[in-house]
Design a protein around this ligand. Structure first.
Ligand code: GLY
Length: 370
């Protein structure tokens, strides 16, 4: 059964979220009359698959719909791509009464959302995530942006989507690699917020390994977790930091590898490394660290860092240090379902040598059921 709810932000802003198979078919009815034109934006692969189908749904309303693609890949998530998209929109004379429909995985949503944040000083947009990873993470919470040479997502804006349509039918054609990326983020949601969800993922791990269909209840729960966190702390002053569990080291790995490793895979490795640090610093039980590793392995995710000397990660971690008063801070769990450091805004100060020893340890590599 589809479900709908609203995320409330300060100043009366809100995002309406619809989750369920087929919710995208409701787009023409959900469309607001104030939005007189539409631009559908996504990477070229996604636009080839879904662009015209989405446009067709909106053209039923008798309005102009432009469909604009950009080259796929993390390497295209740049200011140059954003500028080209803006020039396209200006060239096609989309005005302030337009609404952007961002369609695709995290890269498409981040870039199209950033364009929406600044085009004509900001226009509304709708997120239509087509990957599992984007459905449980990037589509919710209004973080938009692009990468630079210095790191991921360093230039961007908070700009909340007016609507998010999480339609599990898009997942049917998802490649296995993409599926694993989403599973990794679902496990993260469970570790940071919901012990029961972790057990449910463990119980369904066998079927989750195959990208055939998703348990709608698991998907809904992950979307709800993300929504509750961003509603509590839109600008990442505290609680929202818990979403970074596994991500600081993941971003370092991705950056050091020139994005040769996918985000979800890097997050799985990052979670395992950060869980080891949590064992030392936050009383995260060693048996729960084993449980986490077993689940990730069984879901088909690699958990050992690629042969990457720690000193390749250091510049990235040092840059992160600078951004937070000279000390590296991580979001770390105290047990599955609970995060440490609530009193310090969920940012635990971590000595670099502890990260180094965590990254040098080898652990469980058993691939049996969790
Ligand atoms: N993806 C992390 C966040 O939305 O804060």
């Amino acid at each position: 059964m589809p479900c709908s709810f609203s995320i409330q932000y300060s100043g009366g802003r809100s995002s309406t979220v619809h989750v369920g198979p087929g919710v995208v078919d409701g787009l023409p009815d959900l469309w607001r009359t104030a939005w007189r034109e539409a631009a559908i934006i996504g990477d070229a692969n996604v636009i080839a698959l879904h662009g015209e189908a989405l446009a067709g749904k909106l053209r039923i309303r008798g309005m102009r719909v432009e469909v604009i693609g950009f080259p796929p890949g993390e390497g295209q998530k740049t200011r140059v791509t954003k500028e080209k998209l803006e020039d396209e929109l200006l060239g096609r004379r989309l005005d302030r009464e337009s609404c952007i429909v961002a369609v695709g995985g995290g890269i498409s949503l981040d870039v199209a959302g950033f364009v929406a944040a600044t085009y004509l000083r900001g226009v509304p947009y709708i997120n239509v995530p087509t990957s599992l990873l984007a459905q449980v993470d990037a589509a919710i919470g209004g973080k938009t942006g692009v990468n630079t040479e210095q790191g991921k997502n360093l230039i961007g804006a908070f700009h909340q989507p007016s609507m998010v349509l999480v339609d599990s039918r898009f997942l049917i054609t998802l490649p296995p690699e993409e599926w694993g990326n989403g599973l990794s983020e679902m496990v993260k949601h469970a570790v940071i917020a919901d012990r029961d969800l972790f057990q449910r993922i463990e119980a369904r791990a066998e079927e989750l390994r195959t990208p055939v269909s998703i348990d709608e209840k698991l998907l809904q729960r992950c979307v709800e977790i993300k929504a509750a966190i961003v509603q509590a702390d839109e600008r990442e002053a505290g609680r929202r930091r818990v979403l970074n569990f596994g991500h600081t080291l993941a971003h370092g790995l991705e950056h050091a590898q020139g994005h040769a490793i996918s985000h979800g895979r890097a997050v799985a490795i990052g979670m395992v490394l950060e869980a080891r640090v949590a064992c030392s610093l936050c009383g995260f039980p060693a048996e729960e660290e084993q449980r986490l590793r077993r689940l990730l392995l069984y879901l088909g995710l690699e958990i050992h860092p690629p042969s990457l000397p720690f000193d390749r990660l250091l510049p990235f971690l040092a840059a992160d240090k600078k951004r937070r008063g000279g000390t590296l801070h991580l979001a770390l769990p105290s047990r599955i379902g609970e995060m440490a450091g609530a009193e310090d805004g969920y940012a635990v100060a971590v000595p670099l040598d502890l990260v180094q020893s965590a990254s040098e340890m080898r652990g469980c590599s058993r691939r049996g059921p969790p």
